[in-house]
Ligand binder design. Structure first.
Ligand code: NAD
Ligand code: TYD
Length: 366
């Protein structure tokens, strides 16, 4: 199929767009680039929720496609049909605790699913005769969204840079590391134009309540225990999700091919300190007596293979692309808590599983 390709009609596939980070990326691209056609491909697993995108579902430049990245024929057919010029790949199994109980699900989606997408992009962009791409290969790009967890664990000091060796410790981070290696290998072997970013822990609106911050907000609202793993002295570097979406926009448009960019908040918190801050903010918001929520903290058996500390050195993206976080942690956490308090229906749908029954009826198995 021959088609004029220009900046005006870029056809962009975003995978995992119904998830936490993906929904913020889809919203940003749909609103900011009305001349792009944005295709959101998502299998709507337990983590995918189209309620996240209600505000843009009717936009003329937006199409939702329900489908599974592990389905080779389906993915090949999709690339053939839509002739994408760009891919931003976020679809993944993303929760460390689930990867400990079901590692194979992570290999399937994160590794095989990514290789399926890479093969389809290679077929279209590299193996399709150039005459069918009037603008040549300029502007084609496969952007793989990865995590800082591929670098393994840090001790009390030091930072992950783009040159830090991979040393994944959980089945989740091993599967993400595997997918990163495949992306890089397709660049080296077949000349596929790619870029990768590795980001620290995100937080913000639409975060599924199995991860630390939204789980604890939900439990505080409902007066349930706050299960802190081990002694709580594990450190994460937290970034507001909308700042991640801004960084993704920049890397997609301005990053260099075959490069990696680390994205992080320069915002390290020990879990227990973060939980105590959250408790005191929630007490104020819920007009409860100071100290009420802290009483819910319950230390439980540690996560196996628990990484002690993550911390990103985001100098490269700052110097080369001018990116830096726009909100402080206190501001971001404040906005996040407000969002959850104003969207208790969203939380209730997720915790009851109602949203999945609804999408099953609406979209069937695909
Ligand atoms: P998420 O679990 O909230 O969303 C994942 C989305 O992918 C869901 O909508 C789900 O339905 C979809 N999906 C899962 N399997 C699929 C399949 N086989 N086919 C099609 N769609 C499928 O995840 P998230 O937290 O938004 O993370 C998005 C990406 O960012 C992931 O690649 C993750 O590794 C990466 N990342 C996340 C964080 C974080 O703190 N959450 C930090 C750095 C990097
Ligand atoms: P999580 O949100 O699962 O992200 P990740 O494991 O990808 O960093 O966990 C963040 C930190 O919080 C991590 O050190 C594990 C810890 N944690 C708890 O102590 N209790 C919990 O219930 C959860 C979900 C996480």
């Amino acid at each position: 199929m021959k088609r004029e390709v220009s900046k005006k009609n870029k056809r962009l596939l975003i995978t995992g767009g119904a998830g936490f980070i993906g929904s913020h990326v889809v919203r940003r691209f749909v609103n900011k680039y009305p001349h792009y056609s944005i295709f959101n491909l998502d299998a709507l697993t337990y983590a995918g929720n189209l309620e996240n995108l209600k505000d843009i579902e009717g936009a003329p430049n937006y199409t939702f496609i329900k489908g599974d990245i592990t389905d080779t024929d389906f993915i090949n057919g999709l690339f053939d049909q839509h002739q994408f010029d760009g891919v931003i790949h976020l679809a993944a199994e993303s929760h460390v605790d689930r990867s400990i109980t079901d590692p194979l699900a992570f290999v399937k989606t994160n590794v095989i699913g990514t290789v399926n997408l890479l093969n389809a992009a290679k077929e279209l962009w590299i193996n399709t005769p150039l005459r069918q791409w009037p603008r040549g290969r300029e502007g084609l790009r496969f952007y793989h969204i990865s995590t800082d967890e591929v670098y393994g664990a840090l001790g009390e000091s030091g930072f992950f840079t783009e040159k830090t060796s991979y040393s994944p410790n959980s089945p989740y981070s091993a599967s993400k590391a595997g997918s990163d290696h495949f992306v890089r290998a397709y660049g080296e072997t077949y000349g596929l134009p790619y870029v990768i970013s590795n980001c620290s822990n995100n937080y913000g609106p639409n975060h599924f309540p199995e991860k630390l911050i939204p789980l604890f907000i939900n439990n505080i609202i409902n007066n349930k225990p706050l299960p802190v793993y081990g002694d709580g002295n594990y450190t994460r570097d937290w970034l507001y999700v909308i700042d991640h979406a801004v960084a993704i926009d920049l890397v997609f448009h301005k990053g260099k091919n075959h490069e990696t960019y680390n994205i992080g908040g320069f915002n390290e918190w020990k879990n227990i300190d973060l939980v105590k801050l959250l408790c005191s903010l929630m007490d104020k918001k819920l007009k409860r007596k100071a100290g009420t929520s802290e009483k819910l903290i319950t230390y439980i058996k540690d996560r196996p293979g628990h990484d002690l500390r993550y911390a990103i050195d985001a100098t490269k993206i700052n110097k080369e692309l001018g990116w830096k976080p726009s909100v402080t942690f206190e501001e971001g956490l404040d906005k996040t808590i407000d969002w959850y308090l104003q969207n208790e229906e969203w939380l209730k749908h997720l915790t009851s599983g109602d949203y999945q029954k609804y999408y099953q009826m609406q979209y069937g198995d695909r």
